[in-house]
Design a protein around this ligand. Structure first.
Ligand SMILES: Cc1ncc(COP(=O)(O)O)c(C=O)c1O
Length: 432
């Protein structure tokens, strides 16, 4: 904790009438668990998913190359997003790998992305021997900064991978313009952003050339794991379909393999669960938005805590940006204090920007080779040093406070979160 608090009493309220933080021996705001994505309390899994699984098991066909569930899921997801093609795969990381596979970079070609995301955004680039190039982020949202992306474009750039962090819309309209102007592709990582609306009203995932979604356990809808890509481009769709299935063109009768890829097929069991989840998605996002609006109005007046700015956000998590000079502590101080109050929160979201993880910082790729992070095939040796993206480092190091979010939060749950944030804010700011 960066702020001294009154440690002389072990009661909930100290002599000035201020509540003691749970960290300092006070009573926690909350002692019962919140609904969580880690178990049934915070998931919408029920009779529909059970019936779907029973149907598929009874059919005896669990493989998507023969059974119909996965192809139907693709049709239903494409209709849901009003887009021509949807392709299923085994995870969100696989979906992003399908996108890189469809782009088909030459070894050493560059893909620009964000340092604040799950590693699943970046690892597929390395798997296809492309070089990840990190642009900095908007300090208010953690999403890519368009000017920083522009400055990263070179003659070797093949694509931009934008992440809609926590479900907040990244500036994909401007990034699409930039991509089109340079003849490169824009991929939207929507793993955290089902039904996120961009300021122009379009759905996140439909603005770029490809949108990628995850069905992993913690996402708005889940099949445990699973991925979906959407695109309006028939050629990209065909390449992604082949990439998920060993390059095997099953729509011809030939058993052949048209290019290097692997098996990223979704199973029929995953697809059955995902199909049952899809009709619940709009309700999940509505409920998350409703709870988030309640929290935003409760917290809007707290100095040094910026609430999420976007209307179209789908609230995979609820992020706050902490200004330590005004809020009396860093996001890590808040994260620890809130956790002690019984609130599921963490400071920073990541431990370090993606470029500081060993796979990139120490070039732990293929054996000892460091490939493709060397010249050749790279244009220049990429540097993944501390200081590469200062805004991202500041967010992770001191500013980004993430509160776990869920569609099952009641008003009382949200009010407990608000009370805990206010309590921590009061304690950390009162001795300033
Ligand atoms: C932004 C982002 N991209 C990619 C992934 C990878 O998805 P998966 O875990 O389904 O492989 C995740 C989730 O974990 C994510 O949050």
């Amino acid at each position: 904790m960066s702020k001294p608090t009154n440690q002389s009493t072990n009661q909930s309220t100290n002599q000035q009438g201020n509540e003691n933080l749970a960290l300092d021996g006070g009573a926690p705001v909350r002692t019962t668990p919140f609904p969580s994505v880690g178990n049934a309390s915070g998931r919408t899994l029920g009779a529909e998913e059970l019936a779907a699984l029973t149907r598929v098991l009874a059919s005896g066909q669990l493989n998507s190359t023969v059974g119909g569930e996965t192809r139907r899921l693709e049709g239903e997801f494409a209709d849901y997003y009003a887009i021509e093609h949807a392709l299923a795969s085994s995870s969100g990381t696989a979906a992003l790998h399908l996108a890189v596979g469809a782009i088909d970079p030459e070894p050493g070609d560059e893909i620009i992305t964000t340092p604040i995301s799950d590693a699943g955004t970046v690892l597929p680039m390395l798997m296809q021997n492309a070089v990840p190039v990190f642009a900095d982020v908007d300090p208010r949202t953690g999403n890519l900064d368009v000017e920083s992306v522009r400055a990263c474009i070179t003659e070797r750039t093949r694509a931009i991978f934008a992440v809609h962090l926590f479900g907040s819309p990244a500036p994909v309209a401007a990034l699409r313009e930039l991509a089109d102007a340079h003849g490169i592709l824009l991929v939207e990582d929507c793993a955290q952003a089902y039904l996120t609306r961009c300021p122009d009203g379009r759905l996140a995932g439909t603005v770029g050339h490809i949108g990628c979604f995850s069905l992993q356990q913690s996402k708005h809808i889940t099949a445990g794991d699973g991925g979906l890509c959407v695109t309006a481009d028939a050629e990209l769709a065909r390449r992604m379909r082949l990439f998920a299935d060993k390059g095997w063109p099953r729509d011809t009768d030939e058993r052949t393999h048209l290019f290097l890829s692997t098996n990223y097929r979704m199973t029929e069991l995953q697809a059955a669960v995902a199909r049952a989840q899809l009709p619940k998605l709009a309700g999940v996002v509505d409920d998350r938005r409703g709870g988030a609006r309640r929290l935003t109005s409760a917290l809007a007046s707290l100095a040094g805590l910026a609430v999420p700015p976007h209307d179209g956000m789908s609230y995979w998590q609820y992020p706050l940006v902490v200004d330590p000079a005004l809020a009396g502590g860093t996001c890590h101080d808040y994260g620890k204090a809130l956790a002690a109050e019984g609130i599921p929160a963490n400071g920073g979201y990541l431990n370090r920007p993606l470029y500081r993880t060993p796979v990139l910082a120490d070039r732990r790729t293929y054996g000892q080779s460091g490939y493709p992070l060397q010249v050749p095939p790279a244009r220049v040796e990429p540097r993944y040093d501390v200081g590469l993206c200062p805004e991202a480092e500041r967010l992770i190091g001191e500013r980004l406070l993430v509160i776990s979010w869920n569609e099952r939060y009641t008003d009382a749950d949200v009010d407990d979160i608000a009370a805990a944030v206010r309590k921590v804010h009061h304690a950390l700011t009162r001795s300033r």
